[in-house]
Write a protein that binds this ligand. Structure first.
Ligand code: AMP
Length: 379
């Protein structure tokens, strides 16, 4: 079972967004066949895959049929139902395992797991009743964030609570769904560590990346992050502990808040390649997508060495408000790489693509990628 899955084999991806697309590009470059499964058609992943299957995740027979065509199944977003991962696992290895998905797709389970493992997670309380809410807002006095346990990403299902008397209204606004009540952290910056763990338990990480969000959506990532070496070392050590404790096979991203004194809190886990690792496609010896392929196929992990400092800027649908962005103007910057995900409908807030700039230092990479993004709207 631990024989490596070699080039020429078919690999399966549950989900069909841009993460699957970049995974598929990396896999096809290495001579693998890619099958993708999601409820949609003509998807970012499907457009670059050998086979695109369109069926609901609840159709477990379709999932099993899909799994029979491939040597290993992975996923590109964590909200695939556990039953789908379990049905696939009857037929082919699912990496990372459904148990990892189960923990990461629910904030209560995720934070409870982290706290139980002695890892530094943002102080939180579970809210499943009005009594829980009262207790949480009393025990964690001061500003907080209430986050629904399920389906939370890019700030969805989140409400700021400035003082305990706003807690009830906040919970009503997320439909009284099970939630975590989390202390509001006054952070100096947000960082992440993208790391991969192989079938043999070996771990490789991409160092510490600085992330800036706008409207709760990742806007910019910069590598290397401007943090003290001791903070970087600690973040990497914590990330390794997370992958080991969860027995991850594949890529995982661990997102942190960094306090002004250098204290670290884990905010969130993503059990897959992550937006904050997109720069690795252009700036690292092995991209996070190739690394995911290597890990799930049981191959040795590749070098995570950073070739040049890099900055990545997301391109949201908002950039299309006045028509097609001016790609040629952005590409007039020769150190800028453009990635577009093949999405047909540029809705506001939708991730349509990203650009990465490489430079001799992170500050210049950031300046260049921001200039290139501004140039998109110059016409
Ligand atoms: P999340 O979806 O949990 O990653 O939250 C999205 C963004 O909201 C984070 O990247 C932060 O910028 C902000 N945020 C979330 N939780 C907190 C918190 N406890 N304290 C401060 N800011 C937060």
């Amino acid at each position: 079972m631990n024989e490596p899955i070699l080039p020429g084999s078919a690999v399966g991806v549950l989900g069909s967004g841009q993460l699957g697309r970049m995974f598929a590009i990396a896999a096809r470059r290495m001579g693998y066949r890619v099958h993708t499964f999601s409820p949609d058609s003509d998807t970012p992943t499907g457009q670059v895959s050998d086979v695109e299957i369109t069926a609901p995740y609840e159709d477990l027979d379709a999932i099993r049929k899909f799994a029979r065509q491939v040597r290993v199944v992975t996923f590109e977003f964590e909200n695939v139902p556990s039953a789908a991962a379990a049905a696939a696992a009857e037929i082919a290895p699912v990496r990372p395992a459904g148990s990892v998905l189960h923990v990461a797709q629910d904030r209560i389970r995720e934070k409870t797991f982290l706290a139980g493992a002695g890892l530094p997670v943002t102080p939180f309380r579970t809210v499943e009743s009005a009594a829980d809410l009262t207790r949480a807002s009393t025990e964690l006095s001061g500003p907080a964030v209430l986050k629904s346990a399920a389906s939370g990403y890019d700030g969805k299902g989140q409400v700021r609570v400035m003082s305990p008397d706003q807690a009830a209204e906040a919970w009503a606004s997320i439909g009284y769904a099970p939630a975590v009540y989390e202390k509001f952290i006054v952070f100096e910056r947000e960082v992440s560590v993208v790391a991969a763990r192989g079938v043999d338990g070996g771990i490789a990480d991409y160092g510490v990346v600085e992330n800036r969000h706008v409207n709760h959506i990742l806007d910019i990532s910069i590598c290397p992050a401007n943090v003290a070496p001791a903070v970087a070392a600690r973040a990497r050590e914590i990330a390794h502990a997370v992958l080991e404790t969860l027995d991850v096979v594949g890529v995982m991203c661990v997102e942190f808040f960094v306090e002004p004194g250098g204290g670290l809190y884990i905010n969130e886990l993503a059990p897959r390649p992550h937006n904050s690792g997109h720069f690795t496609f252009d700036a690292s010896v092995t991209s996070q997508f190739e690394q995911q392929l290597r890990a799930v196929c049981g191959l040795p992990l590749g070098s995570t060495e950073l070739l040049r400092p890099a900055a990545m800027a997301n391109l949201l649908g908002d950039l299309w408000t006045r028509g097609e962005p001016d790609w040629a103007a952005a590409l007039a910057h020769p150190d800028v790489k453009l990635h577009l995900y093949g999405k047909l409908d540029p809705r506001k807030g939708r991730k349509m693509g990203h650009m990465t700039a490489l430079a001799p230092d992170a500050g210049r990479a950031l300046a260049t990628v921001l200039q290139a993004r501004t140039a998109l709207l110059a016409h």
